[in-house]
Design a protein around this ligand. Structure first.
Ligand code: ADP
Ligand code: MG
Length: 209
């Protein structure tokens, strides 16, 4: 069993390397008391990974700094530890890579990067509006993963604003239709943790002065 544990640990660390996660923060490092409107239960339910087992999705919505990426990464790390393959990308990077691949005649090959992993983390949906051709590439990823593999996404936009993000109401509706059919949605509407630390630091500097 010791040998098994060593092998599991090696597979976990190799999985993390391949995942391109920006960091490896966990839920233990997330201070729920800083977001009193967020029910810890909802997040901890997601951490059981039954949605990953069911090839369903999870969406984390809210303004900047509330910990959307932190929680998405923590879920991905947990899934990686459980043996699932993970790939992390921002929406903009994914679109840029798919566009370049399409131009080079290698779209099918590149799509595989986003279709193969058990869990695809798509960070920062909605920061940049997309053109129609770009939104179409996103639709291909979402529809091909539908009921085949999980997506964890983060967005600063509500779903009703996705029409503007994807530049086309019909396409946005088609994307949301697949995405939300099996999806746990967590909205975090509270203060920015980044700003909290900054404000404290500024106050300290002023105290010293
Ligand atoms: P978002 O993706 O919502 O903009 P992030 O997840 O990037 O926010 O969080 C910004 C920073 O603040 C990160 O370093 C993250 O680990 C930290 N952070 C955010 N919320 C919390 C929290 N409630 N407890 C601990 N750290 C947090
Ligand atoms: Mg983020």
């Amino acid at each position: 069993s010791e040998e098994l544990a060593v092998r599991d640990d090696r597979r976990f660390r190799q999985g993390l390397r391949l995942s391109r996660l920006p960091h490896h923060k966990t839920l233990d490092e997330y201070d729920f008391s800083f977001q009193p409107d967020l029910e810890p239960r909802k997040v901890k339910d997601l951490a059981t990974l039954s949605f990953v087992d069911g090839k369903a999705n999870a969406a984390l919505l809210g303004p900047p700094g509330v910990g959307k990426t932190h929680i998405a990464v923590a879920l991905a790390v947990a899934a990686c530890r459980a043996g699932y393959s993970i790939y992390f990308t921002s929406l903009d990077d994914m679109v840029r890579n798919l566009k370049a691949a399409e131009t080079a005649g290698r779209l099918t090959n590149k799509l595989g990067t986003y279709l193969r992993p058990s869990v695809l983390v798509v960070d920062e949906v909605g920061y940049q509006p997309l053109e129609r051709a770009e939104a179409n590439l996103v639709f291909q990823v979402i529809s091909k993963r539908y009921e085949k593999g999980s997506i964890i996404l983060t967005s600063n936009k509500t779903f009703s604003e996705w029409g503007q993000v994807f530049g086309d109401e019909v396409l946005a509706t088609a994307i949301l239709d697949r995405l939300l059919h099996h999806c746990e949605v967590i909205s975090i509407n509270g203060p920015s943790y980044r700003l909290k630390n900054r404000l404290k630091a500024i106050e300290r500097e002023n105290d010293v002065a």
